[in-house]
Design a protein around this ligand. Structure first.
Ligand code: HEM
Length: 257
């Protein structure tokens, strides 16, 4: 049975089927949200607390493991991030048993949030919250590079390169100040976008627009539930995407040139 949350909205019980979870989407405006389109989307569908607050680590593990079939090292890495935010919250509240976090923590610059975003403006000292809301013009820029109606690794590499070059022109970050860790994290996010939300390394423009702009799962979306080998493959792909993006940046010909 659904129980209430701090936001007064019903909490989705863990026994509810995926298609029932999909029906509960509502716009997240005015709620606490993060720079991560995935976490915002599961909040907008009420799969985690719609308010974006007091999300338990158990709840998010359930979403990753049972809804999305993520396991092994991939699950460990994702949960590692979540546990760090929960530990911060424990320190902050001084409640030793607390094991929850809030979406606002995810926007903290320099931990997971980085300067290599595809759909967000980079954080600046003047405006640290600039990196949290999505920027629809940036999303349009990415979608415009789709190939045969699909956003692919190539589209993403081209777009990332355009964003980096523009920021360098704006004097925001010379390449030497763009840390390796950020680039690898960013590559992992691309792998998630094209294989967890999309399939087999690509996502249709319509689905990408739905997921990135509305922060909503596309109609008829079903999680892929990948096997153990596929998990290793995702990690391998992260390295491949990282090298591909670097190659396009240093040696590739830009579509706008
Ligand atoms: C299945 C799980 C997940 C998927 C598919 C996913 C997907 C994505 C994607 C596609 C982006 C890139 C957005 C962009 O470049 O504009 C992103 C960004 C981000 N994700 Fe996630 N994510 C997942 C889990 C998580 C978790 C567990 C955390 C935190 C513990 C997290 C934190 C972030 C943050 C902070 C960003 C912003 C990075 C930046 O642009 O500065 N994500 N995510």
């Amino acid at each position: 049975m659904a129980t209430g949350t701090a936001s007064g909205l019903p909490r989705v019980p863990q026994t509810v089927t995926w298609s029932e979870k999909m029906r509960t989407w509502r716009d997240g405006q005015g709620q606490e949200r993060s720079p991560c389109p995935f976490l915002n989307t599961v909040a907008n569908h009420g799969i985690i607390n719609y308010s974006g607050q007091d999300i338990t680590t158990n709840r998010i593990r359930h979403v990753f493991r049972d809804d999305f079939g993520l396991k092994g090292l991939v699950l460990l890495v994702l949960m590692g991030g979540v546990h760090t935010f929960a530990a911060q919250e424990r320190l902050h509240t001084r409640i030793a048993s607390a094991s929850h976090f809030h979406l606002r923590q995810i926007g903290q610059h320099g931990f997971v949030e980085h300067d290599a975003s595809l759909t967000r403006r980079r954080h600046t000292c003047d405006n640290p919250k600039r990196a949290i809301p999505r920027d629809n013009a940036m999303i349009d820029g990415l979608l415009a590079l789709a190939e045969d109606g699909y956003v692919t690794y190539n589209s993403v590499a081209q777009w990332r390169c355009q964003v980096r070059r523009q920021e360098e022109r704006d004097g925001l970050h010379p390449p030497t100040k763009f840390p390796l860790r950020c680039r690898i994290l960013a590559a992992g996010e691309v792998v998630g976008l094209l294989n967890v939300i999309g399939r087999d390394g690509r996502i249709s423009v319509a689905d990408a627009e739905c997921f990135l702009k509305q922060e909503r799962f596309p109609d008829n979306f079903e999680p892929a539930k990948l096997g153990n080998l596929a998990m290793l493959y995702l990690l391998w792909l992260t390295l491949v995407v990282f090298f591909k993006e670097e190659y396009v940046y240093w040696f590739g010909k830009q579509k706008d040139e």
